[in-house]
Design a protein around this ligand. Structure first.
Ligand code: PEP
Ligand code: MG
Length: 587
């Protein structure tokens, strides 16, 4: 039977928070801000600046209040989102430029502030990185609040939601997301947004299903329509039939019993049935993520991508700022190890505070990126190395270089590390003099010459994301060829084996920190090839740990040998999938 005679329609989006919900739509449509534009009379200009300052102060108070509520109702982690908002409000570049624009044009402060804010939003929105594009959403959210305060309008909120409903919106800003009543939201669907948008983070923390990128949905549903949202597959079903409802009911039951099995393994050791321990660590991007590392019981951090500190701030972070940031995560996770990777800017990650440092390039992924940029800017690089060294006095730290292509680069990076140590000694500042040094293996030349790199470091971390991209000459961003990006390609397997064998011969630890490590289909293959460690985004840990605990190491070795003998990657995929199903018994 169809709901109220309407036909069932399936809309595909992106799965953002796991779970299935069925319920009525709460259509949330925000109205756009209209900003008047006028010239302020010379006699009223001082008053205009005072009005601006007043709006900043009251917005700060508003955000502090929301932050307090979020801390109380959600968690400390969600509350931290609003620290980023407060930082936008305190940003001297944004405020100073607004006042300069006002002094130069004499236009009302809303117009000036909006113009400067739009410039920053556009700069962040252009960055080809999901997480950083979300910073554009932060700036948009906060500056929208300031503008509403200047215009005397109240901020739209989602507190009108009283029944248990599925929220459908074009987009939901972090502060709107914070206003959602947990007991009233059955699920969240947005037309825009990404897996890392704040609405999604809130949805995950509330454990309600969410789908993002459901295009044109707001035009196709009305308030009160019945829909299913499937946060596993990223599907929204409008007006589902009884048959569809029955099918989803069954899926929901299976999924939730599988998830409880996964979570039951979360706190247990990552040990195979034949007693081999596999170190499972976390990939993080922000110091605050130590809480996630603990929640998912990772054995420390295998990859701290430090570039986000540079990318998310509007100025170049100082040595002290970097030190405070690294110290926070190191201290909170001690005695677990934190592997801090030096700056990997360039490629898809330009630096908003200093775009000229890299400049335009015809092939940014083959260009002035990561260690190449750092070796050419030794003072900037040494400031980061000193910050990492200083953090090493507060816990356990390893330092790791990205995009090393040859032994000479690694030797030059090491020489700068020694200089940084000397500078700290001269200052009388503490650090771990025996800090362990590692290199990412993510350029084919480094993989093929792993034996030349091994004597210059204590560990390798294989960055399969870049290694596969460079080895197969496939830009993953290019949708026409994305299907060719295949971790099971025989060339990839052979290169991985070569690197792992070289590491074993030279007794350096070898880990994998690319996406392949967190995929339970590939993890047994990597373990069987002989990696010591896998590092992945924290929510992927339970599934990988479950699998490790369900298999024998000897079986993984056999799987790796079989996979290496294949000439057809299709067949390798079959082998890997069969292994997973045999041990986990889930699709
Ligand atoms: C990789 O290339 O696999 C990697 C982990 O580094 P990033 O994804 O930061 O480039
Ligand atoms: Mg990389």
């Amino acid at each position: 039977m169809e709901q109220r005679g309407k036909t069932e329609t399936v809309i595909r989006g992106i799965a953002a928070s796991r779970g299935i919900a069925y319920g009525q739509v709460f259509l949330y449509l925000q109205n756009e801000l209209e900003i008047p534009r006028y010239v302020v009379e010379p006699g009223k200009r001082i008053g205009e600046i005072a009005r601006f300052e007043q709006a900043l102060v009251s917005t700060r108070q508003e955000i502090a209040k929301i932050q307090g509520e979020v801390r109380k109702n959600l968690s400390e982690e969600e509350a931290l989102i609003f620290d980023a908002h407060q930082m936008v409000l305190e940003d001297q570049a944004l405020i100073g430029e607004t006042i300069r624009e006002f002094e130069a044009t004499g236009l009302n402060i809303e117009t000036c502030f909006n113009a400067i804010a739009q410039r920053y939003i556009a700069a962040f929105a252009e960055i080809d990185d999901e997480y950083l594009r979300e910073r554009a959403a932060d700036i948009k959210d906060v500056t929208g609040r300031v503008l509403r305060s200047l215009l005397g309008q109240t901020v739209a909120n989602l507190t009108q939601l009283v029944d248990k409903r599925i929220i459908v919106a074009k987009d939901i800003s972090p502060s709107e997301a914070a206003g959602i009543d947990r007991s009233a939201a059955l699920g969240i669907v947005t037309e825009g947004g990404s897996r890392t948008s704040h609405a999604v983070i809130v949805a995950r923390s509330m454990k309600v299903p969410a789908v993002v990128g459901a295009r044109e949905l707001t035009a196709r549903v009305r308030d009160g329509d019945w829909i299913i949202i499937d946060g596993y597959e990223g599907v929204v079903v409008l007006n589902p039939t009884q048959a569809t409802l029955f099918r989803y009911g069954k899926i929901q039951k299976q999924k939730s019993s599988f998830e409880s099995r996964l979570l039951a393994a979360n706190e247990l050791p990552a040990e195979t049935l034949d007693g081999v321990h596999v170190t499972l660590r976390a990939n993080v991007e922000k110091a605050d993520e130590f809480a996630l590392v603990q929640q998912y019981h990772a054995e420390g951090v295998g990859l701290y991508r430090t570039e986000y500190l540079y990318l998310s701030s509007l100025h170049m972070p100082s040595e002290d700022e970097q030190y405070a940031n690294y110290r926070k995560i190191v201290e909170n996770l001690a005695p677990a190890m934190v592997t801090i990777r030096t700056l990997d800017l360039g490629g898809d990650k330009p630096m908003p505070s200093n775009p000229h440092l890299i400049g335009p390039e015809a092939n940014p992924f083959l260009g002035f990126r990561a260690i190449r940029l750092c070796l050419e800017n030794p003072e900037m690089f040494k400031a980061q190395l000193r910050a990492i060294l200083r953090a090493s006095a507060h816990g356990k730290v390893e330092v790791m270089y990205p995009m090393i292509g040859c032994a000479e680069e690694l030797a030059r990076a090491n020489a700068l590390l020694e200089e940084a140590k000397g500078e700290l000694q001269a200052r009388g500042q503490a650090f771990d003099a025996k800090i362990r040094v590692g290199t990412m293996i993510e350029i084919p030349s480094a993989a093929l010459c792993a034996d030349l790199l091994a004597p210059l470091c204590q560990f390798f971390s294989i960055g399969t994301n870049d290694l596969i991209q460079y080895l197969l000459a496939i830009d993953r961003g290019n949708e026409r060829i994305a299907h060719l990006y295949d971790p099971a390609n025989p060339a990839v397997l052979r290169v991985l084996k070569q690197v792992i064998d070289a590491a074993r011969r030279h007794r350096v630890k070898v880990s994998v920190c690319g996406e392949m490590a967190g995929d339970p289909i590939y993890a047994p293959l990597l373990i069987g090839l002989g990696v010591d460690e896998l590092s992945m985004t924290p929510p992927l840990l339970p599934a990988v740990k479950f699998l490790v605990r369900a298999m024998k190491f000897s079986e993984a070795e056999k799987l790796a040998a079989e996979a290496l003998a294949q000439t057809d990657p299709g067949r390798t995929h079959e082998l890997l999938r069969a292994f997973y199903q045999r041990h986990v018994g889930e699709e």
